[in-house]
Write a new protein. Structure first.
Length: 340
């Protein structure tokens, strides 16, 4: 489908244009990390040795995994979960940065996003633990918010450049709803440090673009569609100093013994998977880390509270609803960037 047949999201006026360098070559690198694929495209001098660039990108990804993965026993996340009650746990500056942003989103969303929801995610067969499709898995009976969840109980402090987080007892961290976006930002920042200004970065569907192509065009990308969403137009995004992240209730699901469809997206406030009519939320933001977290938070909030909060906070967000027929809701901030 050509771009002329799609709804377009234009360049935000607040971002100064970057002059593309004529004659540069397009390079593409990719690989596996964080349980998904990563892809990077960038323009650089001809005959550029990409080996150091690849090593630098892979090192940034490895650092995110080492600090924030619930499957790495020595990660900051896992060490915090094992820590004794009433103790301060040392964490890396990167993990502290992500936690600060996660807590900001948790506070602004009324707990719809909660970085302490690891036990809830595990109880429903997602995350690090017995999977929902494994023999012997039994989902929780009834609906109740676990006692060991509460972003309000997290306290961070900094002393002499080191960061610590308070473990009141029994709290576990889950940063999977924000870490991929942070990884995208890390890769983009590395490319900028290398002087490779014109680039597009993707980790597991979360994207960030910078600069322009030699023809003066930005990085146009197609927004992820919702399976079965008939009658909705595709949306093309110009990622020029912007990121986009999408959260959907359709990516990882199972049907329980009562025939209820259970999504991997949890509502930490109720203690169960979301079950409303909002299928997906996409958020545009300069920070992919915040776009990732806000896409999750707005999805959890649902088809009424989600768009209301996005409008209040000036977030550029697209909501795809199932009820009764497929329908889209664009936040005012996104409407201001959109051309038919």
């Amino acid at each position: 489908m050509t771009l002329t047949m799609e709804r377009r999201v234009l360049l935000p006026a607040r971002i100064d244009p970057v002059t593309p360098v004529l004659g540069e070559q397009l390079y593409a690198l990719d690989g596996l990390s964080m349980g998904t694929r990563w892809n990077v495209k960038f323009y650089g001098p001809r005959a550029l040795d990409c080996a150091p660039v690849r090593r630098g990108l892979e090192a940034r990804l490895a650092e995110v995994v080492a600090r924030m993965s619930p499957w790495e026993p020595d990660s900051d996340v896992c060490r915090f979960g094992r820590a004794q009650p009433a103790s301060w746990v040392a964490i890396s500056p990167a993990c502290a940065q992500v936690l600060i942003m996660a807590l900001d989103v948790a506070r602004a969303s009324g707990g719809a996003f909660d970085p302490t929801a690891a036990a809830l995610v595990r109880a429903w067969g997602f995350g690090a633990g017995l999977r929902h499709d494994a023999p012997g898995f039994v989902p929780p009976a009834g609906v109740q918010a676990p006692a060991n969840i509460g972003w309000q109980d997290l306290t961070l402090r900094e002393a002499s450049g080191d960061f610590e987080v308070w473990q009141p007892g029994g709290l576990e961290l889950d940063l999977c709803g924000i870490a991929k976006g942070f990884a995208v930002d890390q890769l983009a920042d590395f490319l900028l440090d290398c002087g490779l200004v014109h680039h597009l970065v993707e980790v597991g569907g979360e994207l960030r673009g910078s600069g322009l192509k030699p023809n003066g065009q930005p990085w146009w990308v197609q927004l992820e569609g919702v399976p079965g969403a008939n009658g909705l137009r595709d949306m093309a995004l110009a990622l020029h100093g912007l990121s986009v992240a999408t959260s959907g209730d359709y990516r990882h699901i199972f049907v329980d013994a009562q025939g209820l469809r259970r999504s991997h997206t949890m509502d930490p406030r109720s203690g169960e998977p979301i079950g409303h009519g909002l299928a997906s939320v996409s958020v545009l933001h300069p920070s992919c880390c915040l776009a990732d977290a806000w896409a999750t938070a707005l999805l959890v909030l649902g088809p009424t509270a989600g768009p209301t909060l996005a409008a209040q906070l000036g977030l550029a967000a697209l909501f795809v609803l199932r009820e009764p027929n497929w329908r889209e809701v664009l936040s005012p901030a996104l409407q201001g960037l959109t051309a038919e």
